[in-house]
Design a protein around this ligand. Structure first.
Ligand code: SF4
Length: 285
C-alpha cells in the first residue's frame, strides 16, 4: 500500500461513523449486513466471472449493495480510500482495492476512473509541453464563491431549481457552474453523477469531509447540451419536475372599524376644537 492509501484507510476506519457503515456485519448474524437483513455481506464481494453466479443475480446483488452504500455515513471516505493506488515492482500503478464494491462503486468503475486519470495526466503533460500558452485550469479554479455555493447547495438539494435557488442564482447559471465543476474536477460531463461530483469535491477539499450527501439515485449532474447544441437536456430526466412559486406575501388590509366604533368616533361627538391638541415632538437641539 502507498502512504496515501494507508492514510486514507486510517482516515476511514477512524471516522466516528465507521461502525455504522452499511456493509458492516450484523452482530447477531454476521452473514447479514447491518443495514439490511435481506442483503448478505457477500453482496459487496467481487465479480468472479466463472459462471457460478447468474448475471441477473449478480446485477441484483450489486444494485442492493450500491443502494446501501448510497446511504452509508462514510461513503465519501470509503470511496476516497477505494480509489487510492500503489505502484508495484514493475512501476505499474494499480488500485489498492481492485475487487468488489467499495464506496458505492464497482471495481470496473474504479478501474475505468484510474485509466481516465492516467489518460488525462498523459494528455495534460503532452499539451502543456507542446503549447505552454494559456494557464492550465485546475481545481483551484473551482474555489470561487459561486462554485462553492453550488457545491454546498448540491449537497443538500436534489432538484435543479432548488439547487439554483439555494446557491443564489438562476437555473441556467447554476447548470453552467455544474458543468464547469465537472470539467475542473476531471469528470465526464455526460456521465458524471451528482454523487460523484460531490465526492470529488470532498476529495479535493472543496467541501468538508464530514459533508452529508443526500442520495439521489445516480442522476447525471450536468445538463449536457443536446447534439444540435441548441438547448440543454434536463439534468435528471427521471426526476419529477418541481415548480417553485414565490411565497405569497402577507396581505396588509386595513381593518374596517366596526359599527359601534364608527358611531362613537370622537370626532363624531365632539367638535375638533374641543379635542386635545396634537403634541408635536421637536427634535432635540
Ligand atoms: S460506502 Fe459501501 S463499501 Fe464503503 S463502508 Fe459504506 S457500505 Fe461499505
Amino acid at each position: 500500500m502507498s502512504i496515501d492509501s494507508i492514510a486514507a484507510r486510517q482516515h476511514l476506519v477512524d471516522d466516528r461513523h465507521y461502525k455504522y457503515r452499511g456493509c458492516a456485519p450484523d452482530p447477531d448474524n454476521p452473514r447479514e449486513s447491518a443495514a439490511d437483513p435481506d442483503v448478505p455481506v457477500d453482496a459487496w464481494g467481487p465479480y468472479t466471472d466463472d459462471g457460478a453466479e447468474a448475471q441477473r443475480d449478480r446485477l441484483a446483488r450489486e444494485r442492493a449493495a450500491m443502494a446501501i452504500c448510497g446511504r452509508c455515513p462514510v461513503l465519501a471516505l470509503c470511496r476516497t480510500y477505494a480509489n487510492t493506488t500503489a505502484v508495484d515492482e514493475q512501476g505499474v500503478e494499480h488500485l489498492v482495492e481492485p475487487e468488489g464494491i467499495l464506496g458505492g462503486e464497482l471495481a470496473l468503475t474504479r478501474h475505468r476512473a484510474l485509466i481516465a486519470r492516467r489518460h488525462a495526466a498523459t494528455v495534460g503533460d503532452t499539451t502543456a509541453a507542446a503549447a505552454p500558452g494559456p494557464a492550465v485550469r485546475s481545481v483551484d479554479d473551482a474555489r470561487t464563491p459561486q462554485k462553492l455555493a453550488v457545491l454546498n447547495a448540491l449537497a443538500v438539494e436534489l432538484y435543479d431549481e432548488r439547487v439554483a435557488r439555494r446557491a443564489g442564482m438562476d437555473v441556467r447559471t447554476c447548470n453552467w457552474h455544474r458543468s464547469a465543476l465537472c470539467n475542473l474536477l476531471g469528470l465526464d460531463r455526460e456521465t458524471a453523477t451528482r454523487d460523484e461530483l460531490l465526492l470529488e469535491a470532498v476529495r479535493h477539499g472543496l467541501l468538508p469531509a464530514t459533508t452529508r450527501i443526500v442520495w439521489d439515485g445516480l442522476w447525471p449532474v450536468a445538463a449536457a447540451p443536446t447534439t444540435d447544441g441548441a438547448r440543454q437536456r434536463r439534468i435528471a430526466p427521471g426526476i419529477p419536475a418541481v415548480l417553485l412559486t414565490p411565497r405569497p406575501r402577507a396581505r396588509r388590509t386595513a381593518r374596517r372599524p366596526g359599527v359601534l366604533a364608527r358611531l362613537f368616533r370622537p370626532r363624531a361627538l365632539f367638535p375638533t376644537a374641543l379635542l386635545a391638541p396634537t403634541t408635536v415632538l421637536e427634535p432635540a437641539a
